[in-house]
Each structure stands twice: as structure tokens, then as C-alpha cells.
Write a protein that binds this ligand. Structure first.
Ligand code: UT7
Length: 333
């Protein structure tokens, strides 16, 4: 008997209400709206409200995905949340989401995964393995971030890039029939590059002044943007080609390419490297900014809801982030 295949039966997303324009940023740091839009393609990003947590964004996106799938939260047998900005050190944000969406009675396992901007594609790959092995039947996979909480608003090289948001999918195990579903996933990492993109500070570094409870251990995003840019294009290009080769498909077979939304120029350079026309690239970076683990599912949900992605389409998800980590998922919609 063939292994079950994981099919996406619903997508959802959520953006906080507050918008921050480039003009507003130009009042905070030495930059211009023109510099930001021409170097990154970003025009605005969303900022979570005071008290609005990653789990709130994740729960909203998850509920919308469940509604789209026509799935009761009580039918879920696994919840995975990809985030680098969890509500708490522990427990997992996925546990808080389980309660917020009313799925706690399932007693289904929940966990977070942390692969920064690659997080959602890593989580999708893990969920796919759970379904293929027969361990899970209905899985909620979420990418959610409140990345603006870890920005240094005095650092013009990073604070202009990121935004908050969440995206989610519901996966269902299907057996037999056509090839619709996740065809393959590929995951990679190279820990040689930790310093090029990281958050300063951290739990295991401890509190510098012993038990000073007032000390704020939360660090800031620190990035060598130029080097990250080059590595992102190289890695996302390679993992896209790997996905197509593994399935005996070519770039001409791809209907929609959804790369991590870091910078419009990275998306364009990656598409060019892989030889995918820009008309097939889903771009949301202009109105979302870089939302880290939320970026791919946010873009996916937008393209599903506006009717671009239709049944039978070949969709290639591709991401790159701190670690470095990078991954792809090839999906027959
Ligand atoms: O999510 C996954 C990881 N993140 C990424 O993939 C982001 C990757 N990197 C990038 O998107 C780009 O490297 C940035 C948008 C961060 C920077 O763009 P760049 O074209 O690589 O600029 P640069 O770092 O080479 O800097 C060029 C100049 C510098 O000035 P000098 O040294 O030439 O005088 C910077 O100081 O632009 C300056 N600069 C700015 N100027 C105005 C840097 N940030 C700003 C700013 N406003 N916000």
C-alpha cells in the first residue's frame, strides 16, 4: 500500500491592523521612503498592537485556515507553530494556540519549530513526514511572528525590513487518487553562518547582573544584510532546482513560485537564477515587509484567496533564513 499523501485543504492568514509606512520610518531613523522602496520593494508593514501576542496572530490565521478547510478544531491531531518570536520561553506557542482555537480537548501533540524565516517550510516538511508515516491525519501548520518586537528601532539597516503577521494551512492525509498534495520537501542548514543573522542576547547567556528581575534579556536582530542577500539567492535557487529535479519536473511546469518575502530584489534575483518568469512569482513583500516564518504562508493564502492558485497548479514554496536554514516544498494544488 502506498504511503498517504499530505494535501492542503485550507489556508488562512492574519495581519495586525496597524500599518507602518516608509514615511513613518523616515521620521525614526536616517532613511527615506525612496531608499526603502527602491532597495527592498517594501512600502508598508504591519505592527502588532500592544498586548497582541504571536499566539493571537497565529490563532486568527489558524481559525481562518480551519474555516476554509471546513475542519473542526477538535479533529486536529497535530499542531505545529513555526516562530522565532514565541509568547513565552515555554510552553510552546502551539500549546497556547491549541487553547485559543478550542482544540485542547483533542489532547493532540503540539510543538513549535524555530528555523527563523525558513520556519514555515520546515514545519510543513515535518507535518508531511507525520502524515506519510501514518502518525497524523489532520494537521494545522502555522507560521507566526511579532518580529517588530525584536527590532532595534535605531538601526536603519534592519528596522525598515520586518513586519508582523501569521499564515496557516490545514493538511489532511489522502490515500490513492490523483497526485494532488505535497510532492516533496527538501530541508537544509549550515551553522557556519550563525553570526551573519542572529538576535543578540539569549536565555542561556543568563542575566548579567545575577537575579536582577528588571533586566531585559530580549535582544535585537543583528544582520549583515549584504552577505545574507547573496547567500539567500544562492540557496533558494539551489533548493528550488533540487525540488524540481527530484520530481522529474522542469521550471516550465511551475505555475506559482512563492519564495520567502525578504526583499523584492532577492525574489527577482532568485527567480532569474531559476529561470522562472516574474509573472509567476507571488510577491507580497510590498505590503507585508519581511514577516519571517509568516511570509510564505501569508503569500500563499493571498494567492489562494484571490484565485491565482487553482486545483492542479504546481506551486513551489522556497525559503531562507537565519542559521542559515533553507528549504522548499513542491505542491500539486
Ligand atoms: O529574512 C531572511 C534574511 N534577510 C534578508 O534576506 C535580507 C537580506 N538583505 C537585504 O535585503 C539588503 O542587504 C538590505 C536591504 C538589508 C540592504 O540593502 P543593500 O542594497 O544590500 O545595501 P547595503 O547594505 O550594501 O548598504 C548600502 C548603503 C550603505 O551606505 P554606504 O556604506 O554605501 O555609505 C548603508 O549604510 O545604504 C546604507 N543604508 C541605508 N541608507 C538609507 C543601509 N540601510 C539604509 C537605510 N536608509 N534604511
Amino acid at each position: 500500500m502506498n504511503a498517504p499523501r499530505a494535501r492542503i485543504i485550507g489556508t488562512g492568514s492574519y495581519l495586525p491592523e496597524k500599518r507602518m509606512t516608509n514615511d513613518a520610518l523616515a521620521k525614526l531613523v536616517d532613511t527615506t521612503s525612496e531608499w526603502i522602496s527602491s532597495r527592498t520593494g517594501i512600502l508598508e508593514r504591519r505592527i502588532a498592537a500592544e498586548g497582541e501576542m504571536t499566539s493571537d496572530l497565529a490563532a486568527h490565521a489558524g481559525q481562518r485556515a480551519l474555516e476554509a478547510a471546513g475542519c473542526d478544531p477538535k479533529d486536529l491531531d497535530l499542531i505545529i507553530c513555526a516562530t522565532s518570536t514565541p509568547d513565552l520561553v515555554f510552553p510552546a506557542t502551539a500549546a497556547i494556540v491549541q487553547r485559543k482555537i478550542g482544540a485542547q480537548s483533542t489532547k493532540a501533540p503540539v510543538f513549535d519549530i524555530q528555523a527563523v524565516c525558513t520556519g514555515f517550510v520546515y514545519a510543513l516538511s515535518i507535518a508531511d513526514q507525520f502524515i506519510r508515516s501514518g502518525m497524523s491525519q489532520k494537521v494545522l501548520v502555522i507560521g507566526a511572528e511579532t518580529f517588530t518586537r525584536i527590532l532595534d528601532w535605531n538601526d536603519r539597516t534592519t528596522c525598515i525590513l520586518f513586519g508582523d503577521g501569521a499564515g496557516a494551512v490545514v493538511l489532511e492525509a489522502v490515500e490513492g487518487g490523483d497526485d494532488r498534495g505535497i510532492l516533496s520537501t527538501h530541508m537544509h542548514a549550515d551553522g557556519s553562518y550563525v553570526e551573519l543573522l542572529h538576535v543578540t542576547g539569549g536565555i542561556s547567556q543568563g542575566r548579567p547582573s545575577g537575579f536582577d528581575v528588571k533586566h531585559d534579556a530580549l535582544g535585537f536582530v543583528d544582520m549583515h544584510g549584504n552577505e545574507v542577500f547573496k547567500q539567500a539567492v544562492k540557496a533558494m535557487g539551489a533548493v528550488a532546482e533540487e525540488a524540481l529535479a527530484a520530481n522529474g519536473l522542469t521550471v516550465d511546469d511551475v505555475d506559482w513560485f512563492i519564495p520567502h518575502q525578504a526583499n523584492k530584489r532577492i525574489l527577482q534575483a532568485t527567480a532569474k537564477r531559476v529561470n522562472i518568469p516574474e509573472s509567476k512569482v507571488v510577491m507580497t513583500v510590498d505590503h507585508h515587509g519581511n514577516t519571517s516564518a509568516a511570509s510564505v504562508p501569508l503569500a500563499l493564502d493571498e494567492a489562494v484567496r484571490d484565485g491565482r492558485i487553482r486545483p492542479g497548479h504546481l506551486v513551489l514554496l522556497d525559503a531562507f533564513g537565519g542559521g542559515f536554514t533553507w528549504a522548499s516544498a513542491l505542491i500539486r494544488w
